[in-house]
Design a protein around this ligand. Sequence first.
Ligand SMILES: Nc1ncnc2c1ncn2[C@@H]1O[C@H](COP(=O)(O)OP(=O)(O)OP(=O)(O)O)[C@@H](O)[C@H]1O
Ligand SMILES: [Mg+2]
Length: 283
Amino acid sequence: MTVAAATTPEALAGSAQDGFAARAVEVTKVYGQGDARVVALDRLTLGIPKGAYTAIMGPSGSGKSTLMHCLAGLDSVTAGEVYVGDVELGRLNDKRLTRLRRDRIGFVFQAFNLVPTLTAGENITLPLDIAGTRPDRAWLDTVIDTIGLRDRLSHRPAELSGGQQQRLACARALATRPQIIFADEPTGNLDSRSGAEVLAFLRRSVREMGQTVVMVTHDPVAAGYADLVIFLSDGRIAGQLAEPTAERVLERLRRRPAGGTQDPDPAERAADGPRSAPPGGSQ
Ligand SMILES: Nc1ncnc2c1ncn2[C@@H]1O[C@H](COP(=O)(O)OP(=O)(O)OP(=O)(O)O)[C@@H](O)[C@H]1O
Ligand SMILES: [Mg+2]
């Protein structure tokens, strides 16, 4: 599947808005003030394509987690607008924002955030219990079969492997059938085999269940599971790569190592307009 993100206000405005699961429009996020002032996001524009698996990469401190938190309504922006579907988050009061997060967004944190005293099955349905929503049994069955933990539902998280716990965290994020799932380095703590299980699960949730997934990763192999990679640098979009493979991601990172910011144009055009083929056409 070839998908592209919109990474300029013009590209975003020129696209059908319902093709994006979430949008950041010229978003700036500043932390602190005076000497401690940090511009974590710098007029960043990004439309996340619906029904696709998007990876976000970039050097440490480039704003990846900040972007995820702002898109998920877990943090406010200093300037600009964030939309989930067609709802602008800045217009919501706390109560409506909490409800939107609960009903429309799934978040997978690096530290699984599972409840140790609940069983795996109870952890999965926890968001539904909190929302007072009756579970959609057929959907839950699909999720549980996809994570492959049906025979572990009565186990507590401590009785599961790291990969199983992380898959459980993904299943919990999927339980409410959110419009979009954000996963911040979901495989960061896992060995490569457990990591591969989680990545394959996220990809299946996109391919077979029509989910939209956005995942931060430092790992080119992990990024290779995605449909699209977005590169961040100094709080800005530094480019994107469609149909990534681990090799192509590595090559891109080698060509423009961490910190190279002033390259957006060719990469952007190549990515925003499917017309232009990559020069040389290698790989
Ligand atoms: N709560 C905060 N207060 C002040 N500065 C912050 C805060 N959170 C993040 N920052 C700063 O904002 C910048 C972006 O941070 P962010 O966590 O988004 O980076 P990241 O790309 O996720 O990095 P990593 O790969 O290390 O997780 C960094 O310079 C960081 O120090
Ligand atoms: Mg981070």
